[in-house]
Design a protein around this ligand. Structure first.
Ligand code: HXC
Length: 513
């Protein structure tokens, strides 16, 4: 039989993955196959596979008897909403999706194509990790992937989707990419598994408690998005892609919107209380501000005192960074700094303007924060804002105290257009703390300490904690009515469209890590 005659048979064999039994096992766990996942992600009929007939060349540990086509990973390209993406999808039904030399080099090839042709890379992970039988060749292939993840960083968007185990050094490819998606069940990431942990430290822990989606989206901050099932997860990946450009040389798409940029935020004053200490949910402000109230929150469950995510204003994709007064009064801490800095740097790399909503009493005081390096981590946020050259528009809603005033996209870090509501309070610290420090002697010798303190706080607030001083220096460009916030931001983004901000020649900055 000629190859031509045999091709259909060989292709059918290659397309059948690890066989019916392994596929049934995969389905029984509530998991899709590698090919079903691709179908969920890309536009119907748009997927083109390459390297279908690749096999490994290992002859050790009986491997010579088993050389399955694809070597356990499907690679190729397709379209998402009409735009090209390159992708790979590990096939757990073939040797547990483990990564040997051929498997790894297939991935490296598709990464090269994505990088050279300027389109996003999407990695669907479901793998037992380095293929044990292939030893150092498996490790070498991982190294090739990590290198390419680094090289593509800031050039093309890179998205990792974890739909099974992702263990050992294998976690570091997703960790270098821009966003990690995990399903609530069946998705695990850890450096060492429960058995090794038990042997080394004596701790007993199961897969989910060690590295499930809940841990990584809420606690460690490793993952950015989670959904209950693979269908909803893929819908979210498509949603995320809708905000992103294909690469760093093209701006993101502007979408026509029915939502007028001049729409007034009629009820905004009822949401944000005048009283500085009263909490409210910043999501309610964001929903009113952006086109059609559509907001894709990133790291929703992690460091909830800072809210970050993507939206559109007058059709223009923007990155929103907002203090959240409903959680820890909106303070900045270590996790919030890390979360904000990484998001800002992503937006800056891919021409997505930043809109910052400020309402924070400052950095969280405490021994724990100091011991864990709030100085080092907080520095990342300052660095990221200062370094970002995309249009930066900010609005101070209420409190902007201390270092947090400077950090949150202030004019001094080259914020382009800085607004404040009349309720904004800008000061070195909150009135209560300030009065106790600068009037310590007067308060300790007063007949009625409480009465004096209240009067001094009022005086401090009237003199210093208003936006007028900052506006008189030009640190604020305008004091705006809360109802006009959308209109003003939309107008600012419009005039900043052609912003140019050359950066000095250097190898790279030395971001505090
Ligand atoms: C070779 C592997 C494999 C691996 C799984 N398989 N992992 N083959 N190398 N790393 C094979 C199994 O032998 C089995 O083959 C098939 O895949 C399915 O695996 P099961 O164990 O039956 O599946 P399950 O019970 O679901 O368990 C999945 C698992 C477990 C939790 C992933 O297989 C496991 O613990 N594997 C080892 C994980 C690991 O320690 N990997 C190395 C990490 S270190 P058959 O033929 O029976 O179907 C690492 C270093 C990278 O990755 C360094 C980069 C810098």
């Amino acid at each position: 039989m000629t190859l031509h005659e045999d091709l259909n048979h060989l292709m059918a064999q290659a397309m059948s993955g690890g066989g019916k039994e392994a596929i049934d096992r995969q389905h029984a766990r509530g998991k899709k196959t590698a090919r079903e996942r691709i179908d969920l992600l890309v536009d119907p009929g748009s997927f083109h596979e390459i390297d279908l007939f690749v096999t490994h060349r290992s002859n050790q540990f009986g491997m010579e008897k088993h050389r399955p086509f694809t070597d356990g990973v499907i690679t190729g390209w397709g379209k998402v909403d009409g735009k090209t993406v390159y992708l790979y999808s590990q096939d757990f039904t073939i040797m547990g999706g483990s990564l040997g030399e051929a498997h790894g080099l297939k991935i490296a090839k598709i990464m090269d194509l994505a990088y050279q042709n300027g389109a996003p890379l999407i990695a669907i992970n479901d793998s037992g990790g380095a293929r044990i039988q292939e030893g150092v060749d498996a490790l070498a292939a991982y190294g090739e992937i990590f290198y390419r993840n680094m090289r593509a960083s800031g050039v093309i968007p890179q998205i990792s989707i974890i739909l099974g185990p992702c263990a050992g050094g294998a976690v570091y490819s997703p960790a270098i990419t821009d966003f990690i998606f995990m399903t609530e069940e069946n998705s695990y990431m850890f450096i060492t598994g429960p058995e090794v942990i038990k042997a080394v430290t004596g701790e007993e822990v199961d897969f989910a408690t060690l590295g499930g989606a809940k841990v990584h989206t809420a606690q460690s901050g490793v993952a950015h998005f989670t959904e209950p099932d693979e269908e909803r997860l893929m819908t979210k990946v498509r949603w995320l892609l809708s905000y992103l450009p294909s690469n760093n040389l093209t701006p993101p798409d502007i979408q026509a919107t029915e939502d007028p940029p001049t729409r007034l935020l009629e009820d905004i004053s009822e949401i944000v209380p005048d009283v500085p200490h009263k909490p409210y949910d910043i999501h309610q402000v964001i929903e009113r501000l952006v086109d059609q109230g559509e907001f894709l929150e990133v790291q929703e469950a992690f460091a909830q005192n800072l809210v970050v995510g993507f939206a559109r204003i007058d059709g223009q994709p923007v990155g929103i960074v907002a203090n959240q007064p409903a959680v820890l009064a909106g303070v900045l801490d270590i996790d919030a700094s890390d979360k904000g800095a990484r998001f800002i740097r992503f937006c800056d790399a891919f021409h997505i303007p930043l809109v910052t909503l400020v309402d924070t009493p400052g950095f969280l005081p405490g021994v724990d924060q100091e011991y864990h390096g709030v100085i080092r981590h907080g520095a990342k946020l300052i660095f990221a804002y200062a370094e970002a050259t995309v249009p930066k528009v900010s609005v101070i809603l209420r409190k902007a105290y201390g270092g947090a005033y400077i950090v949150m996209s202030s004019k001094h870090l080259r914020g382009d257009i800085n607004f404040a509501w009349p309720t904004a309070e800008i000061a070195v610290m909150g009135p209560e703390g300030a009065v106790r420090i600068i009037y310590r002697k007067e308060l300790s010798s007063a007949d009625n300490t409480q009465q004096l303190e209240t009067a001094l706080i009022e005086q401090y607030r009237a003199e210093l904690a208003t936006p007028l001083v900052a506006a008189s220096r030009g640190y604020l460009d305008a004091i705006i009515q809360p109802q006009e916030t959308r209109l003003k931001i939309a107008a600012a983004l419009e005039v900043l469209k052609e912003k140019r901000a050359p950066t000095p020649a250097r190898k790279h900055t030395n971001l505090p890590l």
